[in-house]
Design a protein around this ligand. Sequence first.
Ligand SMILES: [Zn+2]
Length: 127
Amino acid sequence: MANNPRAFDARAREARQLAYEATTTVGRRYSSVAEIGISLQFTLPDGKPHSSPHRRLFTPDMQAFFDVQCTDRDCSDGGFDLSPAVDSAVRSDRHEVAGHLRCRGTRSRQECGIALDYAVSVQMRDD
Ligand SMILES: [Zn+2]
């Protein structure tokens, strides 16, 4: 492999950590939100599931960091930014948004092709 993938990984991890730390909390970004649930299902380019579906919960004290890493370890610069989806779920009347994203990364100089089906559901505070 050209240009040392390990060094690249370390830099990418560090950049991700910095981005995470620079992110405000869920409570500060969305003052009326009690909880954000995000369901994730990754699929391979041929449509087969790549990992079992799982769900992440975000509470107001957590970082509002909605950048999901690609499930393929050999993928570089990959990932899925769910911030726009969370934004529209918070703003929508039903507080739910579902969609489909393709990984923005590359693997062996080809498009990664892993896809993410997501569903965001937001619980608003009662007051
Ligand atoms: Zn990827």
